[in-house]
Design a protein around this ligand. Structure first.
Ligand SMILES: CC(C)(COP(=O)(O)OP(=O)(O)OC[C@H]1O[C@@H](n2cnc3c(N)ncnc32)[C@H](O)[C@@H]1OP(=O)(O)O)[C@@H](O)C(=O)NCCC(=O)NCCS
Length: 408
């Protein structure tokens, strides 16, 4: 039974209900229409493998599916290394015939009440358009930086070691070794998402539709890292599809190998951070050319005390946050006391110093991606005392730029 209070704008003929396995063909059809895709049989099989009906809400009008909102279960790493269970919202669409009548809002309200009832502290998503999710309390938490490296001109600084240890491996070996390395990488990386076995299977199945005309995947393995790439022969480009390094040595060894690929002119990678170590490893950093910078994962805090007390802070902080959350009413006043070794966050009626903050801005701060000063200048965070703002900025940003690492 859904605990849904229909928002005023939702037409009375619309009902919300949980999906069943029998809905899958209609869900695929509706999703394909919304995103302009006719899914091949192969792709439908792949979707079927990941589809969990219990995690999908549907809006129905006279027996037709007119809205969908689903989610995947993830663990997400917080600064300090703790992992929190989180919902990764996905499969969101409303039929073109039924848009702008509040169906998405109703689905989001129902779905997020469910997340709260399940005790989740955080929900996450990647957005098709940037203007949709801020109103639901989501803020940009990670960024994607697309780079092109001129392989023939990119050289490492002369003092950078050449650790070696990289092997070229086939897919079965990659499937065996990569999940454990990924877990070690994720434990060190704020914002990193866990990957289920099904997720690994889908990724490494490397289906034709996902290759963009380039080769099938090649894999590089190091005891502490891996990379998968494909070669686009039309442009002599190596496209890095995934990479994870649990040590700096593995990171250097893998990049050295990728930049040693003879016959390749350009190495393209699409999910580097803005503070990527690679650019500091090159003798000429400009050979790593940024060709795109996009919002990556968005985060929304569902339980402020649980989320903020689970993370660690780069500097000591003691503030009262006044969080504004018109969408879910999960805001209020919370006293946060934290530092590198521990943190406590509890509901608090009063206290000083006070920092006013929008829920979406808290999502942007959660993994240490956004700078509190930028959010303040944008009017999403307010502290009367500039010293408090400085302390907040120093506390929330850590030594690693967040990266989510898995698309969903
Ligand atoms: C995005 C989409 C799901 C919105 O559904 P919808 O039912 O029309 O949304 P609602 O009517 O509930 O709108 C809720 C609010 O979001 C706003 N909104 C919805 N879609 C928006 C968009 N694409 N850009 C800007 N604002 C948008 C509405 O104006 C409304 O604003 P309000 O809260 O100020 O009243 C729908 O347009 C769609 O399916 N698009 C194509 C697929 C897609 O992009 N899905 C999202 C994947 S991440």
């Amino acid at each position: 039974m859904l605990h849904h209070d229909a928002p005023p704008l939702l037409p009375p003929s619309i009902i919300l209900r949980r999906a069943t396995a029998a809905d899958l063909p209609a869900v695929i059809e509706a999703d394909g229409r919304a995103f302009g895709e006719h899914y091949s049989d192969e792709r439908q099989d792949e979707i079927r493998a990941l589809f969990d009906p219990d995690r999908h809400l549907l809006a129905e009008d006279a027996g037709e599916i007119v809205g969908i909102a689903g989610s995947y279960p993830f663990d997400v790493t917080l600064p300090g290394g703790a992992a929190l269970p989180a919902a990764g919202v996905s499969w969101v669409s409303v039929a073109v015939t039924h848009r702008r009548r509040g169906i998405l809002r109703a689905l989001m309200a129902e779905q997020h009440r469910g997340f709260v009832a399940d005790g989740l502290a955080v929900s996450l998503l990647t957005a098709s358009e940037g203007a949709i999710y801020g109103r639901f309390g989501y803020g940009i938490a990670t960024e994607h930086r697309e780079v092109e490296i001129n392989r023939r001109r990119a050289a490492f600084r002369s003092d950078v070691p050449d650790p070696g240890g990289v092997r070229q491996v086939g897919t079965p070996e990659m499937r065996r070794i990569a999940p454990e390395i990924h877990r070690r990488w994720a434990a060190q990386t704020p914002g990193a998402l866990s990957r289920s076995d099904r997720w690994w299977d889908g990724l490494l199945a490397d289906r034709e539709w996902n290759r963009g005309g380039a080769s099938a995947l090649f894999h590089l393995a190091h005891p502490d890292g891996y990379a998968s790439y494909r070669i686009d022969h039309a442009t002599d480009t190596c496209r890095v599809v995934q990479m994870a390094a649990a040590t700096d040595e593995a990171y250097i060894a893998l990049w050295r190998t990728l930049l040693a690929l003879d016959l390749v002119e350009t190495v393209f990678a699409r999910s580097l951070t803005v503070a990527e170590p690679l650019q500091f490893l090159l003798a000429d950093p400009r050979q790593l050319r940024t060709v795109g910078l996009y919002d990556g994962m968005w985060a929304r805090v569902l339980d402020v005390p649980a989320a903020l007390s689970a993370r660690r802070y780069a500097a000591d902080v003691d503030v009262v946050l006044d969080v504004r959350d018109p969408f879910l009413d999960r805001g209020g006043r919370f006293r946060l006391r934290g530092g590198p070794d521990g943190a406590e966050c509890v509901a608090s009626g009063s206290g000083e110093p006070l920092v006013g903050i929008e829920m979406a801005a808290l999502g942007s701060l959660l993994f240490g991606g956004a700078h509190a000063g930028s959010l303040a200048r944008a009017g999403l965070l307010h502290a009367d005392d500039p010293a408090v703002l400085r302390r907040l900025a120093a506390a929330f940003q850590g030594e690693r730029t967040p990266q989510h690492g898995t698309e969903f």
